[in-house]
Design a protein around this ligand. Sequence first.
Ligand code: KG4
Ligand code: ZN
Length: 332
Amino acid sequence: MNILAIESSCDETAAAVVRDGREVLSNVIASQVKEHIIYGGVVPEIASRMHAQAISGVTAKALEDAGMTLDDIDCIGVTYAPGLIGALLVGVNFAKGLAYASGKPLVPVHHLRSHVAANYISSSLEPPFLCLIVSGGHTHIAAVEDYTHFRVIGRTRDDAAGECMDKSARSMGLDYPGGVNLDRVSKDGNSDAYVFPRPRVDGSRYDFSFSGLKTAVLNTVNNAKQKGEEIVIPDLGASCIKTVVNCLTDNTISAAEEFGFKKIALAGGVSANSVLRREMAAICAEKGFELYMPDLSFCGDNAAMVGAQAYYEYLAGNTATPELNAYATKEI
Ligand code: KG4
Ligand code: ZN
């Protein structure tokens, strides 16, 4: 089954053709990073306008790269939630138009489910497994019971891990996208140089809290400025990343042990973080878990992962009606 997939939930306009949920025939991404960089983050209205401008060309290129026309496509998949509402609506309406004009079925895809499905492209992973989903807006530990059944075991109470790293990077004067730049400049930093307290979250053992760390990093920078002291950015960055990664790995491993999962997967933009990948690999090897991580090219937002998940949603009968809408928030 050939699926044409479309993604426009944040600042990448993307289209891809994916066969049977696992084989990527084309994968086109138009990034808007350059447009948002001067603002230090994504400006929603600019994002929507850029999607509207790029989406036809990106989709045509995805079909061309796959050596196909719309006639060769069996089904259209589109990200419909969660994300920036104006941005999502561009992709949803474009996909509805294509589906209506061609008479092909349309499959709505949840953005976090598609991040999980990035693992199906890179490996032979099948549910059940435990997944740590870490993106700019979400941090979940989810039991993936089946391709379309998810149970959230832990989540952040405030900031997402990606948001914490983005804002901490901004405090240190690094450009957007902060998490990526923080990872890069912190490679040779001393992660023990700054000690940040680990947040205690009352209630669920598997929930997270990252807003305190974000503030602690900002306070460290401001205090140093006031006293005229020098901040060693690689050291501060490495210490911040270490604190985030320790929270993520500890909770994920404890949840896998308690709920009896043998397979652990990472998903979302932050799964590209070099320290998270290295630490997870080391702990899983030591404790005997099978670890799955998307290839780096499928960690960030892309449409290939949407095509992968759309296949399983289609098999489960989850097709859209012509009234399909977009939603800024939606449970996985
Ligand atoms: O999944 P994603 O591309 O978009 C959302 O759905 O939010 O995730 C974006 C997030 C941003 O916070 C970005 O800074 C972070 O992923 N990110 C990283 C790295 N690459 C992307 N954070 C830390 N280290 C990285 N290497
Ligand atoms: Zn994402």
